[in-house]
Design a protein around this ligand. Structure first.
Ligand code: ZN
Length: 245
C-alpha cells in the first residue's frame, strides 16, 4: 500500500502523481511528441513519460487537482489566449493565495519526487513538513507568504517558436541564484516561467508578476526565451539541433 506523503495515511493505495500538472504534459504532447529541455546538460530530447511517480493517495491527488491546479491552469490559459489577441499579458486571478499555493505545491512535490527530472529541487525536512501542512489544510498564510512568487510570460522575439510552440515547452526545473542569500526555484511550462523565491522581501525584485495576497490583476513581464539566464543557452543549442536535423 505505502504511505501517502501528504496526509501520511497508509490506508489507501498510493497513486501515480504528477508534479508539473498532467494537463500541461497533455498539452505539450498534443502533437504526439514533446520537447524536453534539460538545462544542466543542455540536452534536448523527446520524453515519453510525464515525470510522474507514486507519491499520494487518491484523495490527496484529488485535493491538489481541485484545490490548486485546475483553476490556476484555467486562469493562465485565459491570460495567454487573451494576449494572443491583444498583445498584452494580463493575468487575472480570483484567488492570489491559490496561485501562490499552486506554485509552492510544485516545489513541494518536486522536492519529494524521486524522478530524476526533479533532482535539483530540494527542501529541508522542516520545510517539507510545514508546506505539506499548509497545502493539506489550506492554512498557515504566514508560511505561504514567507516566500515570494513571480510569474513571467515567455516568448520568442526571433519568431522561431510561435506562442503555441513556446507554450508546449516543458523545462527541467532548476535553481537560480538571485543574490548571496536569495535563490529561486524555476519551473517553466504552459508558456510561463514560475519562480518561487526564498525571500518575503520581494521589493528587491522586478515587481511585474510578483503575486500579492490581495491583488487580483497582474500585468506580466514578457521575456524572450533566448535571453533567460537559465534557459537561454539551452534554447540556443536546441535551435542549433533543430537546424542541423
Ligand atoms: Zn493522502
Amino acid at each position: 500500500m505505502g504511505t501517502c506523503l501528504l496526509c501520511k495515511s497508509s490506508e489507501h493505495p498510493i497513486r501515480v502523481s504528477h508534479v508539473i500538472p498532467n494537463a500541461a504534459f497533455k498539452r505539450a504532447k498534443d502533437n504526439g511528441k514533446m520537447m524536453k529541455v534539460d538545462v544542466s546538460a543542455n540536452l534536448n530530447y523527446l520524453v515519453q513519460d510525464s515525470w510522474s511517480t507514486k507519491m499520494l493517495c487518491a484523495e490527496c491527488e484529488h485535493l491538489f487537482n481541485t484545490r490548486y491546479e485546475e483553476a490556476t491552469l484555467n486562469e493562465l490559459r485565459k491570460a495567454r489566449k487573451k494576449s494572443a489577441e491583444t498583445g498584452l499579458l494580463k493575468l487575472k486571478t480570483k484567488n492570489p493565495q491559490r496561485l501562490a499555493a499552486f506554485m509552492i505545491s510544485l516545489v513541494w512535490r518536486a522536492a519529494l519526487s524521486p524522478h530524476s527530472a526533479y533532482k535539483k529541487v530540494q527542501l529541508p525536512t522542516s520545510a517539507i513538513e510545514g508546506y505539506g501542512e499548509c497545502l493539506l489544510h489550506g492554512n498557515r498564510p504566514d508560511l505561504l507568504w514567507s516566500l515570494s512568487y513571480r510569474i513571467t510570460a515567455m516568448y520568442d522575439s526571433r519568431g522561431i517558436f510561435d506562442v503555441d510552440a513556446v507554450s508546449r515547452i516543458i523545462a527541467t526545473p532548476c535553481l537560480s541564484r538571485l543574490s548571496d542569500l536569495t535563490f529561486s526555484f524555476v519551473f517553466m511550462f504552459e508558456g510561463f516561467k514560475f519562480e518561487v523565491i526564498t525571500s518575503s522581501d520581494n521589493h528587491k525584485f522586478d515587481q511585474a508578476g510578483v503575486i500579492k495576497p490581495t491583488k487580483l490583476s497582474y500585468k506580466l513581464s514578457r521575456q524572450c526565451l533566448w535571453t533567460d539566464i537559465n534557459f537561454g543557452k539551452t534554447y540556443r543549442d536546441m535551435y542549433a539541433l533543430v537546424q542541423s536535423n
